[in-house]
Design a protein around this ligand. Sequence first.
Ligand code: ADP
Length: 439
Amino acid sequence: MGRVSKKTARNSGRHTGKTGTRHSDGRRAVELLCMLVEHITDLAIYAVDPRATILSWNAGAEHATGFSADEMIGGSIERLYTPQDLASNAPAREFEQAMSAGRFEGDGWRMRKDHSHFWARIVVTALRNSKDVLEGFGIVVQDLTAQREVERQQYEHALQLAARDAARLEAEERARELADLVHQISAQATELERRRLEADSASRAKADFLATMSHELLTPLNAIGGYASLLVMGLRGPLTAEQRADVDRIRASQLQLLGMINDLLNFSRIESGHLAFTVDDVVLSEVVREVAETMAPQVSAHRLIEERIGCSDTVVARADREKVEQILVNLMSNAVKYTAPGGRLTWSCAATGNRARLTLRDTGQGIPPDRLADIFEPFVQVGRGFARPVEGAGLGLAISRDLARAMGGDLTVESTPNAGSAFTLDLPRALPPSPRDSL
Ligand code: ADP
């Protein structure tokens, strides 16, 4: 019996029957049992003496650890423990528990001959003789590495499923949040559209009101002008010098009011989109010349100098000529109004790429930088509310810029307080006909 030490073989026969037959039956049973244990391969079964020297080593132990019976019997069990378990004195603890409780049971790592580890269920049973003297320990070790691996895989699989579930839940949550957001945005868009329609209709109502009011005001105003003219012409009899001066003042005020009402009418027409444009090639120098001639009396009354630079006939815009004229009249009236006597008004023209530009520069009071954007808003007059030295409704620039933009252009300003301002009208350029056109 190469797998059992001689001492163990002797001991195993000690508890058999008393009579010869029973004795031999008992020995036979023990032998069979030993054979069974010896040949079991699923479980590592071995016995050690009280000093933990290995006494027996079955086929299962050889299978599980790779150590043969010859290598192990008579040797120490320490080779089966991991360095950590040895350091923590695990073998002694297991045997002590087996001694005190009769049995130790636990899971842990065990070492193979090739230094690999296997996960094992270990049962250590204290073996005592009839006088209760400890003879040794029986140890059964089950290799659970494969089972543990299956459990680990099941655990990982469960983890993956949980992670996938969590991701799915998160995606669903995100989708819900997104749907909420879309819902909110579309509600806001609807609300914005409603407000826009409301604002549009309010703006139309305002423009209609302005148009009606202006028309209503024009009739009596024209009557005032007409009757004042009759008086000036002496058709109602001769006027004294004082009366004539008063009628002149009435006439001047009437003209001023007329200008403001015309501004209002224009503005309301642009705002309500009722203005028609007749676009044609416009030679800017011609419009400048005409406007300058019309305004010449005011320019000389204010003792200003008017000059033109680079306004050749080649600078041609695509625009509505009347509207360009209206814009230039407004720019020039402002330049006259806001430039002190002795100042200079300079027109300049330029054509670059597909743009035609016209600039009117004055040496007047200028505009504070923080008001530059405001002056194009309707009814804005810089310095309004304080001493206002000049008349006007604050609509001229608003109208002019609207007109410029409606023609695909723009009206901009550069200014330095107390040095002057430069207003630039930018318009689409009428490109000269290509040689092919003239063929
Ligand atoms: P109005 O001349 O009737 O007040 P505008 O819309 O034409 O209205 O001009 C708005 C404001 O812009 C004016 O009140 C004035 O303060 C300022 N402004 C316009 N042109 C000039 C200029 N050439 N120099 C200085 N300020 C100007």
